[in-house]
Design a protein around this ligand. Structure first.
Ligand code: ES4
Ligand code: ZN
Length: 330
């Protein structure tokens, strides 16, 4: 039985497997610049975040209808459930779809067709987190938040993703203030490719409750100390870091040292269709390659639920945590 866990850093568009991409392309009459799924998979050799994002945005053009988003999310939830995920907090990138003429309602209600049935169908509870593209303007982010107004009952929080360097968190101060005023939870990618200062800014200027990645905090001992003291959860994505060359090898990933330092780490899959593994695969890779002790693995699973946005359902969180404590980590 796989480790029971929550997935806190997962871009739903990053779960688009080549087979589904071709099926949706055929259904929607979209032409893909790849002959077949094999040729497409060969393009999954990335130099950095930018080279990945180029393919990620190109491929998601096959997503056009509510049904497409529902099929995408349902396929993810089935896979996640099979790998021990009990709870998933799912990012989506509305601006990438709005720019192609796909409306906010199509995206959110499409995803909801799958998420609304996820507990009964897959045994996975879910939350939705709407991300702003940081390489787009602050005005565009604000317009996106505005466009989401009719769908806020479906959305738990906001996040910040896409190309990091040159787009510091402070660019989005106002839109995060507006999101907070609407009662939305706040997270942001920071310290993936960007410097440790972006992590500090995400905390101090945007008021985030979790930092997505946060990997580069290790360069700044005073920042590590602060993150430990304030128990700020980091949603690490080790397989993503390897594929995007943020770290040289998985064996050299700083996760063990980060846990030893007392950081509240979680392990997540980011864009599993592109980076070679879903949540369970990621846990297995970390277990096998980094040689973490059983109690460290339990800590990671426990942290995933402690860091999740389950404040409106503490009974459920307690159930999940009890499952972690009862699990035999070997
Ligand atoms: C992303 Cl790995 C990563 N980093 C930043 N933005 C993203 N969007 C989708 N995956
Ligand atoms: Zn990410």
């Amino acid at each position: 039985m796989p480790v029971p866990k929550a997935e806190l850093h997962l871009h739903i568009e990053g779960t688009l497997e080549p087979e589904l991409a071709f099926a949706l392309a055929a259904r929607n009459g979209v032409e893909l610049p790849y002959a077949d799924t094999g040729t497409l998979r060969e393009a999954y050799r990335f130099q950095d975040l930018k080279s990945f994002l180029d393919l990620y945005y190109a491929l998601m053009t096959v997503l056009r209808t509510e049904r497409d988003f529902a099929d995408l999310a349902d396929a993810y939830l089935a896979r996640a459930a099979a790998q021990g995920v009990r709870h998933a907090e799912i990012f989506f990138d509305p601006q990438a779809h709005l720019a192609r003429g796909v409306g906010m309602g199509t995206v959110v209600e499409g995803l909801w067709r799958a998420l609304g049935r996820s507990e009964e169908r897959h045994g996975v509870s879910t939350r939705l987190i709407m991300c702003f593209l940081r390489d787009e303007s602050a005005e565009s982010a604000m317009a996106t938040l505005d466009a989401a107004t009719p769908y806020l009952h479906r959305i738990t929080g906001v996040g910040l993703d896409s190309a990091e360097v040159g787009h510091p968190p402070r660019k989005f101060r106002e839109v995060y203030e507006a999101a907070a005023a609407l009662g939305l939870r706040r997270v942001a990618h920071a310290g993936e490719e960007g410097p440790p200062e972006y992590i500090t800014e995400a905390l101090d200027v945007l008021g985030v409750e979790r930092v997505d990645h946060g990997l580069r905090c290790v360069e700044e001992p005073a920042l590590v100390e602060r993150l430990v003291r304030e128990r700020v959860p980091l949603t690490l994505c080790p397989l993503s870091n390897v594929r995007l060359r943020t770290v040289d090898t998985l064996a050299g990933h700083p996760l063990p040292a980060m846990l030893d330092a007392g950081l509240m780490c979680t392990v997540n899959s980011d864009d599993p269709a592109y980076f070679g593994g879903y949540a369970g695969d990621t846990f297995d890779a970390v277990r096998e390659t980094l040689g973490l002790a059983p109690e460290r693995l339990r800590e990671l699973a426990r942290n995933s639920f402690l860091a999740s946005f389950l404040e409106d359902d503490e009974e459920r969180r307690a159930r999940y945590l009890a499952e972690v404590e009862a699990y035999d980590f070997g």
